[in-house]
Design a protein around this ligand. Structure first.
Ligand code: ZN
Length: 304
């Protein structure tokens, strides 16, 4: 409300022409090398930086598209849960936080469940959405894992879970912690049915998710550079009063220490999963042939 803003600035603008509107969502800064990456190029490269290979987060729908044959899959509806069961409030009401996350992401909660085929093999996949309250696991996410596991058993499909989560959803208190044993039991149902259960650890995975179903897979694949741990590195450092080694809690470090089986680049993920599924299912056929009765003249069936 002074003469500078009301009178001089419009005159100056008039001289230089109208201010150009530059959409700020065309570029993204790489957290690995700070290069400015053109969004469309980045998306074509599965959100991997072409300069340094840093794996940025990938949305759940795009993730499913990159995994399933021809990018085709069918979403499975997850039964609704009671929203905000404790009527929790910190600085803000949990109900408001939930509503915000829902309108931001366009989904009911932090998990998407889908089914389709990978290399012609039946697969049910559950993918976390980190953009939804840090992929935190409350009742809805627990329900998603249970739904995915039961669907896999019913359809004799393999189960693949791709968590990206900060852990349990604190706003749901003990109810969120109850999802830890609940999801482990669900994963065990898949194992009991003799079906493969594969976990793909994407960046990041901490807290109650790492401490439950995410560490009970038949095979643990980790995406390159993903942070995987229970407590945060800073908390550990201040507790033990020691400097942690470089690369601590990253996929490669966990591979060296036997916590994950394979570290893959995102581009190789689909092929790696298909290869493992083929091996696991072939192995099962082979083992059955060895332990079961061999009919006369079917000697070739013994071969794995
Ligand atoms: Zn980079």
């Amino acid at each position: 409300m002074n003469w500078l803003t009301n009178f001089v600035r419009p005159k100056v603008r008039g001289v230089f022409g109208p201010k150009k509107e530059m959409p700020d969502n065309l570029w993204e800064k790489c957290p690995g090398c700070s290069a400015m990456l053109f969004k469309r190029e980045l998306e074509d490269n599965l959100n991997v930086c072409r300069h340094c290979g840093y794996h940025l987060k990938l949305g759940p729908l795009r993730r499913l598209e990159t995994l399933f044959d021809d990018g085709k899959y069918k979403q499975i509806e997850v039964p609704k849960v009671i929203p905000d069961p404790l009527r929790f409030r910190d600085q803000r009401r949990y109900a408001d936080r939930l509503r915000d996350a829902q309108s931001k992401t366009g989904r009911a909660d932090a998990i998407v469940v889908a089914e389709g085929t990978m290399g012609g093999q039946k697969v049910v996949a559950a993918v976390f959405d980190f953009a939804f309250m840090g992929g935190s696991m409350g009742m809805a996410v627990g329900e998603g894992i249970v739904t995915a596991a039961r669907r896999a058993v019913a359809n004799k499909a393999s189960l693949i879970v791709l968590p990206a989560s900060g852990g349990a959803r604190m706003q749901e208190g003990a109810l969120s912690l109850m999802q830890m044993p609940r999801t482990i039991i669900a994963a065990n149902e898949v194992k009991t049915a003799g079906l493969p259960y594969i976990v793909v650890l994407t960046d990041p995975n901490t807290g109650g998710v790492t401490a439950s179903f995410a560490m009970t897979g038949d095979i643990h694949i980790a995406e390159k550079g993903a942070q995987i741990g229970f407590a945060g590195a800073r908390v550990i450092e201040s507790t033990i009063r020691e400097t942690l080694p470089p690369g601590f809690q990253r996929s490669e470090y966990l591979l060296e220490h036997g916590m994950v089986d394979i570290v893959v680049e995102r581009k190789q993920l689909r092929d790696t999963i298909i290869r493992i599924l083929k091996l696991l299912r072939k192995e099962k056929i082979g083992r059955l042939a060895i332990t079961g009765p061999v009919p006369h003249g079917a000697r070739s069936a013994r071969r794995i």
